[in-house]
Design a protein around this ligand. Structure first.
Ligand SMILES: [Zn+2]
Length: 489
């Protein structure tokens, strides 16, 4: 019987964040598993690991699991913790060898202290362990910053095609498909990487918008024409200050390396021609609120710079301040992460009025705390089951929450950092998004999967935060230069 070993460590690292990532961040919420437990758990989940298991079962292949670990986007991973996780992943693989293939789910923008290309480091270590004859195929996030090391030490890399990411599972199926063909010797995958000198904020590199959309369409066409096995256009993660940050184009062909290089190069040239699309101006909060008041409602204001999903603190109160200054009514903000404020509300109880400072407490990059007086309308444990395309049926935990009515604005305060990608973030807390004139979410692009059909207008806002859409405001020490739009090239 054939055997595959699966595993992986998934983390998107915002190197400017002061919230260092520890082992405990991976251990939370069933996110660190191994062996039978990992197989049983992921078989129930629509993620790449689940896809590996499902394809294996269908094809009569035994799927064993090494470590599967993930943590919410945050700062640098402490080096001892990274080494610990890496060792557990390697030991887990070692225990199940020999195998016909190694299937991994990684992010591609994971950074640990002393390991700027942690994904490349993992792939190198796994290749050294299993030898050159065992195929290693990895699914990577759309925001992976792909390096030569990742390419050199893997058989094929498969990126998601969508941002919002609604095809993580399908990317897993694709990786397993390539593994099957490789095992049966029907294909011999080789891959090439091309990197235009472009670094793009997520908000300008979504899959539903050109130029990324055009590149994905081109890749789909090449696949349909049987020219390539697979191709991925990675938007990259610009808030990881590493040499390889930025756009990456990967083409996998059947034993035709020159063709892989040629096609990756074609995409690279196209991206360069379209580079101005990756750097645009967004309105600051006051201007965005003025626009919102003139637009058909519900209006969604996307606080793109303070997206916890990109490692920001999720505690900027800048848009709330702008709404209060304009006396906006029927608005809801989901969410502002502020443990201190949430605990104060829980100590007071429902129905009480409270004065407190909201947000701006994590670091100096998300604006100052905002003093408010509010009415405590609802307190909860913050659990909800998702209904939108990204989290459907999955339990999510926001930690303790409080709905504070400030004027006619419902402010959802949370203990944990939350990217509002699902309407249940609001509905589970008694706030109906459709009844709002203005809805604020801290998210760059993922909110679109669920909220685009619900609202009339979307305005992307440039507030303060560690996912700043103007990359001139991000500090770079390690990034390859020159690069657009930071340098005059
Ligand atoms: Zn991503």
């Amino acid at each position: 019987m054939s055997r595959w070993i699966m595993g992986g460590i998934v983390h998107e690292t915002n190197t400017s964040s002061t919230l260092h990532t520890r082992l405990a961040d991976f251990s939370r919420d069933d996110q660190l598993l191994t062996g039978h437990e990992a197989v049983e758990y992921h078989a129930q989940v629509r993620n790449p690991w689940g896809a590996f298991i499902h394809v294996g079962r269908k094809e009569g292949i035994e799927v064993r699991s090494s470590l599967t670990a993930m943590a919410a986007p945050s700062g640098l991973i402490c080096k001892e913790d990274y080494r610990n996780l890496r060792q557990r992943l390697l030991d887990g693989i070692s225990a199940h060898l020999p195998a016909h293939g190694i299937l991994l789910w990684l992010h591609g923008a994971m950074v640990a202290q002393d390991f700027p290309d942690a994904d490349g480091d993992l792939l190198q270590a796994i290749r050294a362990l299993v030898g050159s004859n065992t195929p290693i195929i990895a699914v990577l996030d759309y925001h992976g910053n792909i390096s030569d090391e990742m390419i050199d030490h893997s058989t094929a890399l498969v990126g998601y095609n969508t941002y919002p990411h609604v095809d993580e599972y399908e990317s897993g199926l694709e990786a397993a498909r390539i593994m099957l063909l490789t095992n049966r010797r029907q294909v011999h995958p080789v891959q090439a990487l091309a990197k235009p000198p472009i670094i793009a904020p997520g908000v300008f590199a979504r899959s539903g918008d050109s130029p990324m959309q055009s590149m994905h369409r081109q890749i789909a066409q090449w696949k349909q024409d049987n020219k390539i096995i697979n191709g991925s256009a990675f938007g990259g993660f610009p808030y990881a200050d590493v040499y390889e940050a930025g756009l990456s184009l990967v083409i996998v062909t059947d034993n035709d390396r020159p063709l892989a290089h040629q096609l990756a190069g074609e995409l690279c040239n196209y991206a360069w021609q379209q580079r101005q699309s990756f750097a645009r101006r967004l309105p600051p909060p006051a201007e965005a609120v003025t626009k919102a008041l003139a637009a058909p409602s519900p209006v969604l204001l996307a606080d793109v710079a303070d997206n916890p999903g990109a490692g920001a603190s999720g505690d900027s109160a800048a848009i709330l301040k702008a709404l209060l200054e304009r006396g906006v009514s029927k608005a809801a903000i989901g969410t502002i992460c502020d443990q201190e404020a949430v605990f104060a509300c829980h100590a007071q109880g429902i129905g009480k009025t409270i004065r407190l400072d909201i947000g701006g407490k994590t670091d100096p990059y998300h604006g100052p705390p905002l003093p408010v007086e509010g009415y405590i309308r609802l307190l909860s444990d913050g659990r909800y089951v998702g209904e939108g395309p990204m989290r459907k049926g999955r339990l999510a935990r926001m930690g303790k929450t409080a709905v504070l009515e400030v004027g006619d604005i419902s402010v959802l305060l949370t203990e944990r950092r939350v990217q509002a990608t699902d309407p249940q973030v609001f509905r589970s807390q008694g706030i109906e998004p459709l009844h709002q004139r203005v809805l604020v979410v801290k998210s760059t692009v993922h909110y679109r999967a669920a909220f685009e059909p619900l609202v009339q207008t979307i305005i992307e806002v440039h507030g303060p935060g560690l996912a700043d859409p103007n990359l001139q405001n991000t500090t770079y020490k390690c990034l390859r230069r020159p690069i657009f739009p930071l340098d005059p090239i």
